[in-house]
Design a protein around this ligand. Sequence first.
Ligand code: PAF
Length: 272
Amino acid sequence: MRRYSSGLRQAGKTIAFVPTMGFLHQGHLSLMEKGKALSDHVVVSIFVNPTQFGPNEDLAAYPKDEDRDLEMTRKTGVDAVFLPDARQMYPDGFQTVVSLKALPKHLCGLSRPGHFDGVATVVTKLLGIVRPHTAIFGEKDFQQLAIIRQMVKDLEMGIDIVGAPIVREADGLAISSRNMYLTTDQRQSARCLYQALTTSRQLVKDGETNADAIIRAAAARISAYPETTIDYIAICDPQTLDNVPVVNGLVRMALAVKVGKSRLIDNMMLTQ
Ligand code: PAF
């Protein structure tokens, strides 16, 4: 991978990188298309990173279909796919952790301790191997994108981090590899995330500024659907991720809801 990258760099070519955990879907393809538009070459990595899963999370059950993934990257015009295994990425003696001080202490970081250390460490390592000019991440994992932007800035990595908009199903559900865990009934309930976000955005448009009142309305919307358990609903500053009590500037709503056993996340700007 390093040799391939150095060759391209020496030839004056630009590289866009899309890191993934595989089981590719329309959301990933939109990142690859963005990469193609921005650079001469697109590299995709597929690696289910064990260090970003907690002990009671879905690492063992995480969906996999390498042949299908490779076919999809080929059809999309990706130039190279990097598929390391866990022993190559974390050989005996590996001991470095990349950890941010403040951004992980919000939203998903509160219910997934250690998750963002795992993400920051593996992304640092992947960026070091692939050495892209640009790396593209989906806005569905909004906190992840904020963390990577900060990390790349703090560590002077000199890579452009580009966010790409959430890709949704016709009824608004954000596309995610984890949607495949949902039963038919749970799939109906999963619409609650997008509905909570659009209801909140409408409340703000109608003049509501009290974040608690907006969050209560969003929670009611979600709880109206069976098999839903709210992990968090937050209205936050899109840069710092700090909770915002009164909506009077740019704010983002982010939420995580368990539908059955699947933990789904979504987010949306409430103001333009
Ligand atoms: O968003 C993901 O799929 C993962 O968190 C990433 C960025 C590939 C790191 O493992």
